[in-house]
Design a protein around this ligand. Structure first.
Ligand SMILES: C[S@@+](CC[C@H](N)C(=O)[O-])C[C@H]1O[C@@H](n2cnc3c(N)ncnc32)[C@H](O)[C@@H]1O
Length: 330
C-alpha cells in the first residue's frame, strides 16, 4: 500500500531559490537538501528540478525487518533493477550497499535487467528509516523543446519557464493561465507539455507567428493573440509576465507599468520576471508581492532575473468580483 512519495531534486547553486519557490507551490512545502517527502503524487517531468520520485511501498526502522517485509510481499516480476540511493546521513559503505542490493534482488522472484529495466526499485535510508519502493525518473522529454524552430538568445531558459508554469498552476491543470508577453512561446511550450491550460499574447506579430509555429511543431494547441496586453478582455486565474528587456537598454518604467497594470485587470495572480527592481511599480499597480526570488545566470555574475509572485490586495479582489457579476448580468 503506497502511503507516501519521496522526491529527489537536482539543481545548481544559481537555481536553488527558484527550485524552493517552485516546490512550495507544487507541494505546499519547500524541498530541503534536495529531498522532499509528500503525500502528493506529481509527475517528475513537469519540473526541471525533480529528478525522480520514489513511490514508497515498504518501510522499517530496522533493515532486516524491511527485507522480511519485502519477502512477505512475494514480488514476482521480470526485468527489474534495484538502485541504492545514498542520502544525507547514510554512512553505509559501498561494499555494504552492494550487499543490500543483492539481498533485495534475492527477495524478488524474477530476472534482473540492468540496462533496460521494465521496473526499477530503490532502497534508501533517511532519518532513521529504511525505505523500499519503485522509482519513477524524470523522462526529460521536455528537453526536445530546446530544438524548437524559433528561439531568441534572450528567451527565458526552460528550467525557469517550467518553474513559472508550476508556480502559476499549482498543479491545477484546469487553471486558466495567460503568458502575457509570450515571445516565441518558451513558457507556453512547457505549460502545454505538462497539460496546463494556457494562452499567449504578444504585441509583435512576428514573434506571435513564431510562437504558433513552435507550438504546432510539437503538436500543441493553444491560442496566441497578436495584441497589446491592454486589449485582452479574457479573464485568467493567473498570468506570467516575462517583461521585455534588452541587454543594452531597459524598456523603461512606462512600458513595465503599462504591461503590469493591464495584466492586473485580467488576472488574479501574476508572476513577473524582471531584470530590475520593479517593487514600486508592482505596488503602484495595486499588487502585493507574496513571494520573491532571484536566479543568477551561471557564468554571468552580474546578470540576474527576479521572479515576483504578486497577488491582488483584498479590496481589489472584491472589486473585480463585483465587476464580473455585473458582466454576467449584462
Ligand atoms: C522578454 S520577451 C518575452 C520572451 C518570451 N518569454 C520567450 O521566451 O520568447 C518580452 C516580450 O514582450 C512583448 N511585449 C512588449 N510590450 C508588450 C505589450 N504591451 N503587450 C504584449 N506584449 C508586449 C515583446 O514583443 C516581447 O516579445
Amino acid at each position: 500500500m503506497i502511503k507516501n512519495y519521496l522526491y529527489f531534486f537536482i539543481y545548481d547553486n544559481t537555481e536553488s531559490d527558484l527550485c524552493k519557490l517552485e516546490s512550495k507551490y507544487i507541494f505546499n512545502q519547500k524541498e530541503k537538501n534536495k529531498l522532499l517527502l509528500s503525500d502528493k503524487k506529481i509527475e517528475p517531468s513537469i519540473s526541471a528540478f525533480i529528478q525522480k520520485r520514489m513511490d514508497i511501498l515498504l518501510q522499517a526502522e530496522d533493515y532486516s525487518t524491511l527485507i522480511e517485509k519485502i519477502k512477505n510481499e512475494k514480488i514476482c516480476v521480470d526485468n527489474f533493477k534495484v538502485e541504492y540511493i545514498v542520502l544525507d546521513g547514510d554512512t553505509t559503505e559501498y561494499s555494504k550497499r552492494l550487499e543490500k542490493l543483492k539481498d533485495i534482488g534475492y527477495s524478488i522472484d524474477g530476472t534482473p535487467e540492468y540496462y533496460k529495466p521494465a521496473i526499477t526499485y530503490a532502497l534508501c535510508y533517511y532519518k532513521g528509516v529504511w525505505y523500499f519502493g519503485t522509482l519513477i525518473k524524470n523522462n526529460l522529454e521536455w528537453q526536445k523543446h530546446k530544438q524548437k524552430p524559433f528561439s531568441y538568445s534572450n528567451s527565458i531558459n526552460i528550467n525557469i519557464a517550467k518553474a513559472l508554469v508550476n508556480i502559476a498552476a499549482q498543479t491545477n491543470t484546469k487553471r486558466k493561465i495567460l503568458d502575457a508577453c509570450c515571445g516565441v512561446g518558451t513558457i507556453m511550450l512547457e505549460a502545454c507539455f505538462a497539460g496546463n491550460t494556457i494562452e499567449g499574447c504578444d504585441i509583435n506579430w512576428k514573434v506571435c507567428r513564431q510562437a504558433r509555429t513552435n507550438l504546432s511543431h510539437f503538436n500543441y494547441t493553444a491560442n496566441v493573440y497578436r495584441s497589446d496586453i491592454k486589449d485582452i478582455a479574457n479573464l485568467y486565474d493567473a498570468a506570467i509576465i516575462d517583461l521585455p528587456y534588452n541587454i543594452f537598454s531597459n524598456p523603461g518604467d512606462d512600458t513595465t507599468q503599462h504591461i503590469i497594470e493591464s495584466t492586473t485587470k485580467i488576472a488574479d495572480r501574476i508572476i513577473i520576471v524582471s531584470i530590475t527592481d520593479i517593487r514600486e511599480i508592482i505596488t503602484n499597480a495595486g499588487l502585493i508581492v507574496s513571494d520573491y526570488c532571484t536566479v543568477k545566470k551561471s557564468g554571468k555574475a552580474k546578470f540576474a532575473r527576479s521572479i515576483w509572485l504578486c497577488e491582488k490586495k483584498e479590496s481589489d479582489l472584491g472589486g473585480s468580483l463585483s465587476m464580473e457579476l455585473i458582466d454576467e448580468k449584462d
